[in-house]
Design a protein. Structure first.
Length: 465
């Protein structure tokens, strides 16, 4: 009998303890909310919890639970506010809040990744990925990974404006080489767009400017006509001036005077106003500079990344910073003499400056570092061809007006180009431009049959035969 009474006492005590722990401090609203949550009746749970926090704004648990319910109702702004209010009162529910955020974030992020993979075949999945990543960001706003996923979704969809904004957000949060590379390339693409708009808007004026830039003292009249077109009028001198010709160009407001077939004087009849609108050009240069800044940082973070280095080179050249590019690649080669991208890009800069000997050294080094590097091999061929052409032109000028033969040394450069070009042709049998280059090279060496065959091959490829 005594044992039965004692057992009943213990059970009663335990029940009281449960009652005080579970319900003593719980209001009717909080108790109702828990029941609604068990049933997954989220709207009514939200109503009960809202009443509770209105009555007792110091109830940190109610705020935490309201945040959980808000998340289930996809009210992520409300969730963030509720969690913030709970944490402002106590850190008791901090782990629960973090776990809740991670739970919903993982769902949205994983779904975003799945949709992003499917987005390669359908823009509808791009939109789904964007929605999932956006929700994931709302749940966990400080996730760099999520912003990067969102940026990729916008890029895949072709939404350039939002992809740029998102990449800039990621870059402001974390300056990693991957994001820096993506953002730098995006800035470069924007710059290219502005450059094209500038050229399209000012096409006629720019054509005139380029034509005038090609006019230089003592140039042959045939070359002047090739650059400017046929003159509106031509006056040929008489008597002592029989070797003089005066050409008038109304389009350029310009008069050219030739003596013995060479340009002796140039004058404008009135000022030439080309009216070039440089607005888009200035925007292009602004974005080229942005691209350079971001890619420079990215290259510093990943100095062995060849794609980043290649894009940095393009940005520096487009921004008119060729000297900076040279210094950059020269420093890289000091620490890594076998960096094929640095050798290649330095060679490109030297080729543009007609520094053929140095360019050949760098293209050769790039090719030796990677025998499959066809771009290096191609530019090596171009170097020898251009060098040969340049030497021939100088040799021709040296003997003009004399009976002397031109120095045949230029042929050596063409000869060196032939085996390299033929090696490249073996790899690129259907490259029309390459066959055309071969045709010109063979023609320069008086290899008539080979030249004709190469040009014919180029034409057939272009015609799809």
């Amino acid at each position: 009998m005594k044992r039965t009474s004692l057992l009943l006492f213990i059970i009663a005590a335990l029940l009281y303890g449960f009652a005080t722990v579970g319900f003593q401090c719980s209001s009717a609203e909080l108790t109702s909310a828990r029941l609604y949550m068990q049933r997954q009746d989220w709207p009514n749970a939200a109503k009960s919890l809202q009443k509770e926090v209105e009555k007792n704004p110091q109830d940190a648990e109610a705020w935490y639970l309201l945040g959980r319910v808000d998340a289930e109702l996809k009210d992520y702004a409300g969730m963030n506010t509720s969690f913030k209010n709970s944490l402002a009162l106590t850190n008791q529910f901090q782990k629960d809040i973090s776990d809740t955020r991670l739970h919903f974030w993982a769902q949205f992020f994983n779904q975003g990744v799945i949709d992003l993979q499917k987005g390669k075949d359908s823009t509808a999945y791009c939109d789904k990925a964007i929605e999932s990543f956006t929700n994931a960001i709302a749940v966990l706003p400080d996730s760099v990974t999520t912003y990067r996923g969102l940026a990729n979704a916008y890029l895949l969809k072709g939404d350039k404006e939002n992809s740029l904004k998102t990449l800039e957000k990621v870059y402001s949060m974390q300056k990693d080489p991957v994001t820096g590379h993506l953002l730098g390339v995006r800035y470069f693409d924007i710059a290219e767009g502005y450059k094209k708009a500038f050229e399209d808007r000012n096409r006629d004026a720019l054509e005139v400017a380029r034509s005038l830039e090609g006019i230089r003292d003592k140039m042959r009249k045939e070359d002047a006509e090739k650059a400017l077109g046929t003159a509106n009028s031509v006056e040929i001198g008489k008597g002592k001036q029989a070797k003089e010709e005066t050409w008038t160009y109304d389009k350029y407001n310009m008069v050219l005077k030739f003596v013995d077939g060479r340009l002796a004087d140039r004058r404008f009849t009135r000022p030439l106003n080309l009216q070039i609108d440089s607005t888009d050009y200035r925007k292009a240069m602004e974005y080229y500079d942005k691209s350079v800044d971001v890619l420079t940082v990215a290259s510093g973070l990943a100095p062995t990344s060849e794609p980043i280095l290649a894009d940095l080179s393009n940005a520096l050249i487009a921004a008119g910073k060729a000297n900076v590019a040279r210094e950059t690649f020269a420093k890289l080669l000091e620490t890594n003499p076998n960096n094929k991208i640095a050798h290649y890009n330095l060679g490109v800069l030297e080729l543009k400056a007609n520094e053929f000997e140095e360019a050949i050294k760098n293209f050769t080094a790039a090719w030796n570092a990677d025998p499959t590097y066809e771009s290096a091999l191609y530019n090596l061929v171009v170097c020898y061809v251009n060098w040969g052409v340049s030497m021939r032109e100088k040799a021709q000028k040296a003997v003009e007006g004399t009976a002397n033969q031109i120095d045949p040394a230029y042929k050596e450069k063409f000869q060196k180009a032939v085996p390299l070009l033929e090696q490249l042709l073996d790899k690129r049998q259907n490259d029309a431009e390459l066959w055309e280059l071969a045709g010109r090279l063979y023609a320069n060496m008086n290899m008539t049959e080979k030249s004709k065959a190469a040009f014919d091959r180029s034409d057939k490829i272009r015609q799809g035969k």
